[in-house]
Design a protein around this ligand. Structure first.
Ligand SMILES: NC(=O)c1ccc[n+]([C@@H]2O[C@H](COP(=O)([O-])OP(=O)(O)OC[C@H]3O[C@@H](n4cnc5c(N)ncnc54)[C@H](O)[C@@H]3O)[C@@H](O)[C@H]2O)c1
Length: 497
């Protein structure tokens, strides 16, 4: 499908474009609810629908259905424009465009399942039968390349008895957001993808987005399959970069004379590479990165194309976790003991624990027979659901450190670092994946000989001791007696998925 338009064609379309004045959002979960609040904050009357009555009631009462930074405030501020309904006919008749943000769970082979999308499209399509005006349907959920044209558009046409591009419009428009900063990322994106079924639909959505995101972000208008592939490609590329950095971290440890942060800093200063997502740290997790990577690999397989990169990225990501299990085992020297894990959410500022390193680590160590205690500033409830009674739950960082032989810190909690006193940390091995402890901490600590920080930066070649910021400068005779230094890490600042 060609989507390149002449200037005259664009002008014709602009003249006849149906303006979107009222919108609806189907699916009020982690992404859908912030989208409702974002549209309303831009002045649009926004109607939300969900099959989960709890979420629906919450939105109707102007309470945030999910935990997300700034969501409650934004809903409260724009409550005059936010409505909830369980009636599909009302949804369609009271809006000009419907955004579908329903789950696309991963099948065992890695492909996204379209079952919730198709269910919503069938209901939306049926309601569309009775609508006279043009309606735009925008699928935001992440789907497999080819889904829109092969499955989704035909499902809407079947249910509505209408024709795409003539009676209704269709766009696939995925978002790149990070949980914890969904509203900010949604309203201020780097880029927007519009996979349009026809130019009129794309124009309609682009005009609407411009009022939401302003003139600056680039909007890519392509066909649906191109947007579908682009979305998972972005995340596959980023995960490849993360695993590359983590591979360097493991290599630096193996070499024993290399500060990995200095190496990644060199790489990141090459403009072809760039510094973002290039810090050796923890494994990536969450609802998008791991799934998009595996979906990419499956999409290639379905297209008959052999790939190695996404599989290697995924394997490296898992390897990082088993490496930490091995380190913990080494600390205890074959004896079982008590291990603390600070951070079970997949990143900071969220309660989501899906594919989180802290959760995987806790469950592997508990299976090994270790007594595991976990702490997270936001995700204790989610952790309980995921780990049950296989581990203990601390109410504070201090409790997570109590009576442990080793503590793993999985997220870059700088605020938490300042809560960790020498008394708490003394005599135990701290596996500090993100080097959150400034170098000065170990100097300030009267009991510093007993605090063992462990990270890939810590081993320094003796000849490098004169390099500025080189940390301890020598390889400690006991590898557990490693000191760390602080450097600014920006990996987590912009973690969009
Ligand atoms: N959460 C993220 O970080 C993120 C980022 C980018 C893309 N995505 C994609 O966005 C989509 C939604 O993700 P999410 O995290 O918001 O999921 P979620 O599970 O948090 O929310 C989905 C909501 O849809 C509702 N729902 C399911 N079927 C429905 C139906 N037929 N009709 C109406 N409502 C229905 C559910 O009850 C739920 O409340 C997924 O495809 C996901 O891959 C998510």
């Amino acid at each position: 499908m060609s989507v390149t338009l002449t200037l005259d064609q664009r002008r014709d379309i602009e003249c006849t474009t149906t303006a979107i004045k009222r919108v609806s959002v189907v699916g009020l979960g982690k992404l859908g609810s912030p989208i409702v609040a974002s549209f309303a904050s831009c002045g649009y009357e926004t109607l939300g629908l969900d099959i989960n009555p709890v979420f629906l009631e919450a939105l109707a009462a102007h309470r945030a259905p999910v935990c997300e930074t700034g969501l409650q405030e934004l809903i409260a501020k724009n409550q005059d424009r936010i409505f909830a309904t369980s009636d599909w006919n009302e949804l369609v008749s009271r809006s000009d465009a419907s955004f579908l943000v329903v789950p696309t769970p991963s099948d065992p082979d890695g492909a996204f399942s379209n079952r919730f999308v198709l269910d919503a499209c069938e209901k939306l399509g049926t309601a569309l039968r009775h609508k006279e005006g043009f309606h735009l349907i925008v699928v935001v959920s992440t789907v497999m390349p080819g889904s829109s044209e092969r499955e989704i558009i035909p499902a809407i046409e079947r249910a509505s008895h209408k024709k795409v591009g003539k009676d209704f419009g269709y766009c696939y428009s995925p978002t790149l957001i990070a949980l914890g900063s969904v509203i900010k990322n949604f309203l201020h994106p780097d880029l927007v993808m519009i996979g349009q079924s026809d130019p009129h639909s794309g124009e309609m959505l682009e005009s609407f987005y411009r009022k939401v995101i302003g003139e600056d972000p680039v909007i890519h208008r392509v066909n649906p399959a191109e947007a579908e592939l682009a979305k998972i490609s972005i995340n596959t590329f980023v995960t490849t970069k993360i695993s590359f950095a983590n591979m360097l971290g493991m290599l630096a440890e193996g070499l024993g004379s290399v500060n990995v942060d200095r190496v990644t800093k060199i790489l990141g200063s090459d403009s072809r590479i760039g510094p973002k997502y290039l810090t050796a740290g923890a494994s990536y997790g969450g609802p998008c990165f791991p799934r998009d990577n595996r979906a990419f690999s499956r999409a290639a397989e379905l297209a008959g194309v052999e790939t190695h990169i996404p599989q290697a990225t995924d394997a490296t990501n898992r390897k990082l976790i088993t490496n930490i299990v091995r380190k913990v085992e080494d600390v205890f020297g074959g004896v079982l003991g008590r291990v603390g894990i600070v951070g079970v959410a997949y990143k900071m500022d969220t309660d989501v624990v899906e594919e989180a390193m802290g959760i995987r680590l806790a469950s592997l160590l508990a299976k090994d027979g270790f007594s595991v205690i976990v702490y997270d500033p936001l995700a204790m409830e989610s952790a309980r659901k995921a780990l049950g009674d296989s581990v203990g739950y601390a109410e504070s960082v201090a409790e997570c450190f109590e009576n442990t032989g080793a503590v793993v810190i999985t997220n870059p909690y700088r605020a938490i670092a300042s809560e960790i006193t020498p008394d708490m940390a003394g005599g135990k091995r701290i596996i500090d994946c993100w080097r959150i402890f400034p170098d000065s901490r170990s100097d300030e600590c009267p009991d510093k000989g007993k605090i063992h920080y462990d990270d890939a930066r810590a081993r320094q070649h003796p000849l490098q001791s004169d390099i500025r910021g080189a940390g301890a400068g020598t390889i400690p005779s006991d590898p557990r007696e490693m000191r760390v230094q602080h450097e600014t890490l920006d990996y987590f600042v912009d973690q969009k998925t």
